[in-house]
Design a protein around this ligand. Sequence first.
Ligand SMILES: C[S@@+](CC[C@H](N)C(=O)[O-])C[C@H]1O[C@@H](n2cnc3c(N)ncnc32)[C@H](O)[C@@H]1O
Length: 310
Amino acid sequence: MAVPLRLASSRFFFPKPLHIFSFSFSFSTSSPSPPPIRVSLTDSVGRAVFATRPIPSGYLIHTAQPAVCHPSPSALHPVCYSCLSTLSQRSPFCSHHCHQRSKEYYDVEMKANWEDFDDYCRNRGLKYPFLVKRLACMIISGVAKSDSLDILQPATLTPEMIFEMEEGFTLLRNAFTKTLVSDEQIAFLTKQWYISVLARIRINAFRIELASGSYEDLLSSAFASVEAETAVGNAVYILPSFYNHDCDPNAHIIWIDSAEAKLKALRDIDEGEEMRICYIDASLNRDARRELLFRGFGFQCNCSRCLHGD
Ligand SMILES: C[S@@+](CC[C@H](N)C(=O)[O-])C[C@H]1O[C@@H](n2cnc3c(N)ncnc32)[C@H](O)[C@@H]1O
């Protein structure tokens, strides 16, 4: 998903929730109480996020830590291996905390030779296999489970996509088998696992752009993402992945100084209203938006703007 750069302002239609899921997520909010949201199944767009009370414009609905993240191979500045914040020193970590948090899987990654795998990604301009590589290192080191992304919706893949993924799988597995990692530790790393994880990443990954400006201004401004700088990496989150798309969204996601996602209300939201973010540049014309959403995410957008030909 891309960061929305320009946003329109009219309102849109909200489907009624059918069932309420009870998920246990680790997230934090701007207040000590639980975030004012629920995830429910709709009859038109699968699962969706709904407000459980009125939410004022600019409100920080909740934050979320990535399930997995990876620096962009083309980032302009070096970023922290763990949280993607900009680095001012030579160490791969911005802080002792980030080092402690990720040293187990960093060590796994550093033991392997990634030349062939990284070349495969770079030559084809692929960024998502880096997330699979990072997730595999996290699983091997015991900090993530092999089914941690199973709850997310997968993309429908063409035979050509699967063929390209098979090569990536072979290179990833080879990189691990040539290290001291045991067969038991990589038993999860099957072709089926690799393809199924990439299918989920394709639909649910966020391209992270750190917003510029002062922290307080960004937190209080509803439109903080307008001044976003270039991408520092990609990440997959669980709860933010349940937000559907709208070409005229009422919520958005921003990153201020790290990969921690902040979900904010873009305008006043009513109790029971679905909260949607924009996956693409909302300033594009209708045909361009629909083409991008279909090619990138595999769906025909049913938002009010699209349905009204705007
Ligand atoms: C990131 S997921 C959002 C959560 C998803 N509804 C679920 O159940 O996991 C993106 C998928 O939701 C559906 N979706 C999101 N926004 C939509 C929209 N505006 N119109 C139609 N389908 C949409 C599409 O199937 C899309 O591939």
